[in-house]
Design a protein around this ligand. Structure first.
Ligand code: BG6
Length: 515
């Protein structure tokens, strides 16, 4: 008998398993919020799990004057305060602290980069990191190009292949604020770097539950045959937050929900749900398929915008019983701001698999709760033989992939209510991550920092993917910016967005899933 090998994109693991190499991690914006809340706890967790390379060091760089000791105590505080640290042990912390340094300087000042270079060379000598460097730029996006240009001028970034050691640069979203600025950002970065040195982080791709979408779809034979327009009626993607804009008023005024969430996190979720199976999970195959989905989405032209896109902004209200301010009352926000804090959009993916299946995507701040999920709504059974019974409660099957905070997969189906009549009720079959594996999840940043150390770009954005997402959303942003006559606020904090969002689905005879 001839042995046949099934096409299995997992044959090399979800990611090509590579070893981490010795390296230095250099954080720009080391005194900032992202470093404190996400990066330092993630590095500590990696140290605690013994996943860091033996030859490793961290150097923080920022304007704030600080010495090594002060930066180390910042690390200790970040670890103590973070809800993402799984196990606190003093020995790991002390060992890590030994490898942590700080250089203070102005991001625009070339001499600061000379001092940085000297510090990095000292660390290479002390820790055996061999000149391998990861520059993690956790600053406002307006500084990205200047930092990379100054690094280049100081001789700290050689293009890949020009030296035996590696240089990788990690940048945080937003990558640009529209197609034109994203293109020029990419062009400017690529003046100094090769594409395979640029790691564009979208932390949603680092979440375990997001990666599980791929495993769920492509490691199980039973779902793929029904994952298409013959069986799927619509797909609903929700990224809901109960938080407001915290202390980020001026950032959010410039950003808004489309740039903050839809252009990146929400479209990533959509592309994982809708993509074709990649041949392998190497960075090229996987990202090619993901980007094809975004490129296949029907453009939202001016004519279809009113039927396809809804914007909202929260007014005062109550979240979890607490009275909260409206968006326009937040610090750093204009009293007549038209920045949307909520958006709902209807997309169609114009390809053989998905033609005519709507993908409804919504996200907002100050909604009743924090929850992200993808719900696949299947078509009703073609014939219901229960005509004489009470089947009003029979709803269609829904498969919900919950990303957070309850990491779960739920399938809703009709079941017979016990008793003499043929009554049907929708019930749920649940899989809970925690209960099944018992393991504590690693944070998205841990996974992504580790992948960067391994030189694996699979879970990072590629320039053409970022640009495809902007091409899709630019018309929406332009139309909304041009039309200032919008009656904001149009939803109260603590509610599920403006009534128009319900009408978006009602026009198609559908409604949002009750979360
Ligand atoms: C960030 C946005 O990218 O994602 C924030 O800038 C948002 O506004 C956050 O709150 C949500 O991330 P998570 O992991 O909490 O869903």
């Amino acid at each position: 008998m001839v042995a046949t090998e099934l096409v299995n994109p997992f044959r090399q693991g979800l990611r090509v398993d590579r070893a981490t190499e010795p390296c230095q991690l250099v954080i720009f914006g080391a005194s900032g919020d992202l470093t404190h809340r996400k990066l330092l706890p993630a590095i500590y967790n990696l140290a605690q799990a013994q996943l860091l390379p033996a030859a490793f060091s961290v150097t923080g760089f920022a304007r704030q004057a600080m010495d090594d000791a002060q930066f180390r105590s910042l690390l200790a505080t970040a670890v103590a305060e973070s809800g993402e640290v799984r196990r606190r042990d003093q020995q790991t912390l002390e060992e890590l602290e030994q490898r942590v340094h700080y250089v203070s300087g102005d991001f625009h000042d070339p001499t600061a980069y000379t001092a940085l270079k000297a510090a990095l060379e000292r660390s290479d000598a002390d820790y055996g990191t061999g000149g391998n460097r990861i520059f993690y730029i956790a600053t406002p996006a307006s500084l990205y190009v200047d930092i990379v240009e100054k690094l280049h001028a100081a001789g700290l970034v050689a293009q890949h292949g020009a030296s035996a050691s590696f240089v990788r640069v990690v940048v945080e979203k937003p990558f640009g604020r529209n197609l034109t600025s994203a293109r020029s950002l990419d062009k400017e970065l690529l003046d100094y770097l090769c594409e395979d040195q640029v790691y564009r982080i979208d932390h949603y791709l680092g979440k375990e539950t997001v990666q599980n979408i791929l495993v769920f779809r492509f490691a199980n034979g039973i779902f793929e045959p029904i994952w298409n327009r013959r069986y799927v009626d619509n797909v609903q993607i929700t990224v809901a937050e109960s938080l407001g804009i915290e202390s980020r008023g001026s950032f959010y005024e410039e950003t808004g929900v489309v740039r903050d969430i839809i252009q990146n996190h929400a479209l990533q979720l959509m592309s994982l749900v809708a993509m074709e199976p990649p041949t392998t999970f190497d960075a090229r195959d996987f990202r090619d398929e993901k980007i094809r989905v975004i490129e296949a989405i029907k453009p939202l032209g001016a004519a279809s915008l009113a039927q396809s896109a809804v914007r909202g902004q929260y007014g005062p209200g109550y979240v979890a019983g607490e009275s909260v301010a409206g968006y326009r009352q937040e610090d750093g926000v204009a009293l007549d701001s038209i920045t949307p804090t909520y958006a709902a959009l209807r997309f169609f993916v114009d390809n053989w698999r998905w033609a005519d299946v709507p993908f409804y995507v919504r996200s907002g701040k100050r909604l009743p709760k924090r929850t992200s999920e993808i719900a696949i709504h299947f078509k009703q059974a073609p014939h219901l033989p229960f005509r004489k019974t009470q089947v009003g409660e029979l709803t269609s099957n829904v498969l919900a992939l919950s990303i957070q905070p309850n990491e779960a997969i739920t399938l809703r189906f009709g079941a017979k209510v016990p008793g003499p009549s043929m009554r049907v009720r929708s019930v749920a079959m649940d899989f809970g991550y925690g209960a099944a594996f018992g393991a504590e999840e690693s944070s998205a940043y841990e996974r992504l920092i580790l992948d960067c150390m391994k030189g694996d770009q699979t879970l990072f954005d590629r320039a053409d993917g970022v640009e495809a997402a902007w091409s899709l959303l630019d018309p929406v942003l332009a139309a909304w910016d041009a039309d200032r006559a919008v009656a904001f606020p149009n939803y109260a904090a603590g509610t599920w967005g403006p009534p128009e969002a319900d009408r978006l689905l009602a026009q198609d005879g559908r409604q949002w899933r009750h979360l």
